[in-house]
Every structure is written in structure tokens, then in C-alpha cells.
Design a protein around this ligand. Structure first.
Ligand code: ZN
Ligand code: ZN
Length: 193
């Protein structure tokens, strides 16, 4: 934590994105299909940052252009990510700063719960989605405690820490691996039958 609060506080302030705060909270507390979990909220904020930069640089943001650039920018395949980064840099976008400003789902949770002091208790929704969400919450809480303890004991060095626990499901046939929330949201893992 700094004078700005968390990283989300800082990024929203520095980028003049304060008006997105309400949307962030609304999507978090929404019921039904509009509801977004921390990971989806982080993605939404990051895509919004990218889209604003693309708009400012005069790049097309029609359709899913910003989403698709974001996914490729975060791709594990470095050649894919580098190609998108080069394109954005060529248009005058500070890609390094963008990458530094991208937020993780853990800091979105910190922002909503600690900076804004809000709570969310799902009232409706299916048990499967709730179970996945709660298990992720529980895992990241436990891992955070352990990591904090190691770091207090000096056995783990580094700057400010956030823990990002991600459950991935993998197709045994084609080995496509997708974060479980994304797979559930879009309704498929891969093209295999
Ligand atoms: Zn904050
Ligand atoms: Zn497959």
C-alpha cells in the first residue's frame, strides 16, 4: 500500500479513469450473467486501459479489437505478444507502461474489499460457479498467508507481493489449457469433441 492506496487506486488516478470505479463495483455486485469475478474485472480494467490508449493513438477499437489485442499481448507465445507490442509501440503507445499498469485479480480484490470496504455475497447463481469462486478465494488467501510469513522470516525476498492463484483446466487430447472461469464463461475448453 502506498499513499495512493492499492495499485488499482493509483492506476485509476494516474490515468484519469476514476469514472470507471462505479462500473467496476456494479459489475462485481451484479446478479446473473452481468456479474464478473475478480479475474474478469481485472481483465475488463486492463482491456479498458488498452482501448483508451488505442483510441488516443487513432487505432481502430471496433468490435473486439481491444480484447483481441489484449489476449495476444498477454499470450504465452512470446512471438505473438512481441508482434502486438511492436504494432502498438509503432502507433505511439507506451506498451511498457501499459504492461506495468495492468492489474492482477488479487489487487482488484484488495481494492474492492480493503480500499472501498465493500463486500459481496453471492445470493443467486449456480453452486458450480460459487464453488469455483470460493475455492479460488480460499486458495489465494491461504497462499498469501504462507507467502507473507515466508517473506517476514526473510525466506522470500522481493517488493510488494500479490498472489495470483489460477485454476486451469486442460484438455487431455489437444492440451489446450484455459483458466476455469474463462472456460465456464465461454462454455468450451477447446474444439475437441
Ligand atoms: Zn485501491
Ligand atoms: Zn482439446
Amino acid at each position: 500500500m502506498t499513499e495512493h492506496g492499492c495499485k488499482v487506486c493509483r492506476v485509476l488516478a494516474e490515468r484519469g479513469m476514476g469514472r470507471y470505479e462505479d462500473q467496476l463495483v456494479d459489475q462485481w455486485q451484479a446478479e446473473g450473467p452481468e456479474r464478473k469475478g475478480y479475474r474478469q474485472l481485472a481483465e475488463w480494467l486492463n482491456v479498458t486501459m488498452l482501448r483508451r490508449e488505442m483510441d488516443r493513438a487513432g487505432l481502430s477499437t471496433l468490435g473486439q479489437e481491444a480484447e483481441s489485442k489484449y489476449e495476444r499481448l498477454r499470450s504465452d507465445d512470446e512471438s505473438v505478444a512481441d508482434e502486438v507490442a511492436a504494432g502498438l509501440s509503432g502507433a505511439g503507445i507506451d506498451v511498457e507502461r501499459l504492461r506495468r499498469d495492468f492489474v492482477s485479480y488479487a489487487v482488484v480484490r484488495t481494492h474492492l474489499k480493503e480500499c472501498l470496504g465493500l463486500e459481496y455475497t453471492p445470493e443467486s447463481g449456480d453452486w458450480e460457479t460459487k464453488t469455483i469462486e470460493m475455492a479460488g478465494e480460499y486458495a489465494s488467501q491461504k497462499v498469501s498467508e504462507a507467502v507473507r510469513s515466508l517473506s517476514n522470516k526473510g525466506e522470500l525476498e522481493g517488493g510488494e507481493l500479490t498472489v495470483d492463484v489460477s485454476v486451469t483446466i486442460e484438455c487431455e487430447t489437444c492440451h489446450a489449457a484455459v483458466p476455469v472461469e474463462r472456460a465456464v464463461r465461454r462454455g468450451y475448453i477447446c474444439d475437441c469433441e
